[in-house]
Design a protein around this ligand. Structure first.
Ligand code: ADP
Ligand code: MG
Length: 739
């Protein structure tokens, strides 16, 4: 029996006990006191227009802004002067190093620091930062995934400055670093990151969007997607986290019986925020605001220990950078509070997982939200145009969008009785559905009086939307008044992947739309008649993607099948649409991806899937054989000794039957565990022999992964049978209820 150091401390095995003591001994961590008015420090760590004005000449500032606005390359002389100003600003803010900050296909962000320190030709130490160091770097970074694009003879990878996302200073406990957002491409120009295709998709949306806007408003010269990312996450105590090998190595618990109380009381959602968590949130917000990340809301989510934060929306490129930076900040700051943040989509079985709701819309240089209806029939027609195009885009490229959110970790949500389902569908709300139905049924004669009647019926849209509070939490793609919300993105994912596909689909659809409208106009239709005719056609063609009911229900799965919608529950199958004929048509034509890039990405994602399942499988095997089975055997021996003792006292076998039963059940589970672990290992070995990446991923999915549940079932049963003192892993009740 273990010595109980403190009163009220549970008796546990030493590993768990130490973790538990460390967790409960924690003093409350105070946030660093500081200014409470965000407006006083918002963006102070960003090379913002204000900082630029202070550190650049008027001329350089204007030239830089001009390049950003038009997406032109920043001229060399200007880059040199920007570098100088940026360096002076950064040094004044305590930065000693600079880095190109990029988003390789690992999903994380990457950086390689260089110091400003240099030697001049007289050997004296100086601080320098050249225009070329700002504009381009060759970090090598040959170990980052490239899907075969970078074989050794052309292994170089380059980062290139993205001036449309401002540089910022990241503060660490030991110093500050100037971070310059960049794209990451190969020597031969193929993109190796998430940012470069996203930027290309923006150009495509702009071109197609501006062209369509000309029907309505000639002043529109820019169209750009906006994004607001709601980020869900879990927090657990750092000491308990450290005692769980599965959390440390793969971000989710591979074992753990559901606690008697989970989320069934529905008392956590929007509940009062625990002090420790609140302290973390305050710090997170302060650091985010310094970095110009406009965090706005925070609240408890549905599951115990689950929370959410959301910023004010921004231009999509910036919003993606900010979300990546936010995830990094969360990780760093949680540690400061002796907590650990879990961004995994499903850290705990039996309670809700986490997503990243991508609120997406299109804006213009004139300040108009194109998915927000206006007050006049004309602006309503404009709204309808973009609204219906978005639905059609989602309909036409649903498989590519499904592929863009596929990952081993997101499989636990999509298609696993968890929000949202793997079937892609769009929710519009009752009133808008009705309006589209009316337009679909309406007769559009090719004369203006009929068109006017139709126009009359769409005049009522704005009033309707004002009190349209319809919410459908089960839909992967929901219209929420003035934006679409793609809810299927995983909590740990880089949003750029899904947003690039959505933008590409929208650009492609708008281009088709314009071609068709123009043709009708040439053939003699008025503009409004032509627009309505194609809108009506698009409504008809995209009907099957619309669904207003419960997305979790079995009836929907059946109905969806009838409609011919795919229900791809696993990543290897969902990824096919990333590189199929339709994907080529969507991406290659628009120049967002080359054929080689799509194929490389497909391979990288398959490889990522395989590795993630392989790692989980190995951890399961190791935990079973080195932690679970030994702990259970120890307990078994205690029972055995007890039984023997009782028999020696003369108790009859029949009287000992209940204890024998317990012992037998435990023994059976242990035998199962040993056998199943070995079966799983053999399945892995067989899968590893498969050359083709897709088939190997399929083997991991269909042959290796099913063992996880079978093994977990035995382990979780044992957790409820074995003496708590012997159990080697912190349990769910300890992890999920932050004290
Ligand atoms: P919910 O009710 O779903 O929590 P909110 O109205 O709070 O939604 O908005 C959620 C997110 O949507 C926020 O990040 C918000 O800034 C963002 N959002 C609002 N309008 C737009 C828009 N036009 N484009 C993109 N995102 C938007
Ligand atoms: Mg929302």
């Amino acid at each position: 029996m273990y010595f109980c150091r403190r009163k009220n401390t549970p008796m546990m095995n030493p590993i768990r006990k130490n973790a538990f003591l460390a967790a409960s001994d924690r003093a409350q961590v105070d946030t660093q006191a500081g200014d409470t008015l965000v407006s006083r420090y918002y963006g102070e760590s960003v090379f913002s227009p204000k900082a630029m004005r202070a550190h650049l000449s008027e001329e350089v500032y204007e030239a830089l802004m001009e390049s950003i606005e038009h997406g032109h390359r920043v001229p060399r002389e200007i880059a040199q002067q920007v570098a100088n100003g940026m360096k002076n600003w950064a040094i004044a803010k305590g930065a000693t190093h600079y880095t190109h900050w990029f988003q390789p296909l690992t999903g994380a962000t990457a950086e390689k620091h260089d110091t400003f320190f240099s030697l001049n030709h007289e050997g004296e130490a100086i601080e320098s930062f050249s225009g070329s160091a700002l504009s381009q770097q060759e970090p090598d970074a040959s170990s980052l995934p490239s899907g075969g694009i970078r074989n050794t003879f052309e292994a170089r990878g380059y980062t290139a400055w993205d001036p449309s996302s401002p540089a910022f200073i990241f503060s660490g406990p030991a110093g500050n670093t100037l971070c310059i957002p960049t794209i990451f491409v190969s020597y031969t120009g193929e993109s190796l990151d998430y940012k470069s295709p996203l930027l290309k998709s923006l150009a495509a949306v702009e071109q197609a969007g501006v062209a369509v806007c000309q029907y309505f408003d000639k002043n529109i010269t820019r169209v750009f997607p906006t994004l607001g990312v709601e980020q869900e996450y879990f927090l657990v105590d750092a000491a308990l986290f450290a005692a769980r090998q599965d959390l440390v190595l793969c971000g989710r618990t591979l074992f753990g019986h559901a606690p008697a109380r989970g989320q069934q009381l529905e008392d956590h959602y929007f509940g009062s925020i625990p002090d420790r968590v609140h302290a973390f949130m305050v710090d997170l917000e302060r650091e985010s605001h310094r970095l110009g990340i406009p965090l706005k809301t925070r609240h408890n989510e549905v599951a115990p220990a689950q929370f959410e934060c959301a910023p004010i929306f921004e231009e999509i490129n910036l919003a993606v950078d900010h979300n990546q930076l936010l995830m990094d900040l969360m990780d760093k700051l949680a540690r400061r509070h002796n907590l650990r943040v879990l961004l995994h989509e499903k850290p705990f079985k039996g309670v809700n997982g986490s997503g990243k709701h991508n609120n997406w819309s299109l804006s213009t240089n004139t300040g108009k939200n194109l998915l927000s209806p206006g007050k006049t029939p004309k602006s309503n027609l404009m709204f309808l145009t973009f609204f219906v195009n978005a639905i059609k885009a989602f309909h036409d490229y649903a498989d590519q969008i499904r592929a863009s959110i596929a990952s081993a970790s997101n499989d636990h949500r999509l298609g696993a009785n968890e929000a949202p389902p793997a079937i892609m569908s769009a929710f519009l709300g009752e009133q808008l559905s009705k309006i589209l139905d009316e337009i679909e049924k309406g007769r559009i004669e090719h004369n203006d009086s009929e068109t006017r009647i139709m126009m009359h019926s769409i005049k009522a849209i704005p009033e309707i939307l004002l009190d349209n509070t319809d919410r459908n939490r089960t839909s992967p793609f929901a219209f929420t008044g003035n934006k679409f919300e793609l809810r299927a993105v995983g909590s740990s994912a880089n949003s750029a992947q899904a947003m690039t596909v959505l933008n590409a689909a929208m650009a492609r659809t708008l281009t088709d739309f314009k071609e068709q409208v123009d043709k009708l106009i040439v053939d003699g239709d008025s503009r409004d008649t032509a627009l309505l005719t194609v809108i009506q056609k698009f409504i008809k063609q995209s009907r099957k993607i619309r669904f207003e009911g419960n997305g979790y229900s079995e009836e929907w799965a059946q109905e969806a099948e009838k409609r011919g919608l795919k229900n791809l529950r696993t990543t290897p199958a969902a990824l096919d649409a990333m590189a199929d004929k339709k994907a080529h048509e969507l991406f290659v034509k628009s120049g967002i991806f080359s054929k080689r890039e799509i194929e490389a990405r497909h391979e990288i994602l398959l490889d990522d899937y395989i590795k993630k399942i392989q790692i989980e499988s190995r951890i399961i095997g190791e935990l079973v054989m080195t932690r679970i089975v030994p702990a259970v055997v120890t307990y078994q021996n205690t029972l055995l000794a007890n039984l023997k003792g009782l028999q020696e006292l003369g108790l009859k076998k029949a009287a000992l039957a209940p204890q024998m039963d317990v012992l037998e059940t435990i023994s059976t589970h242990v035998q199962d565990l040993i056998r199943l672990s070995e079966d799983m290992r053999q399945a892995r070995k067989a899968a590893n022999l498969i050359d083709d990446a897709r088939q190997r991923a399929m083997a991991y999915c269909d042959q290796v992964r099913p063992h996880f549940d079978a093994i977990r079932d035995r382990v979780d049963r044992l957790e409820l049978m074995v003496d708590d003192e012997h159990w080697p892993l912190p349990k769910y009740w300890e992890l999920l209820f932050i004290r």
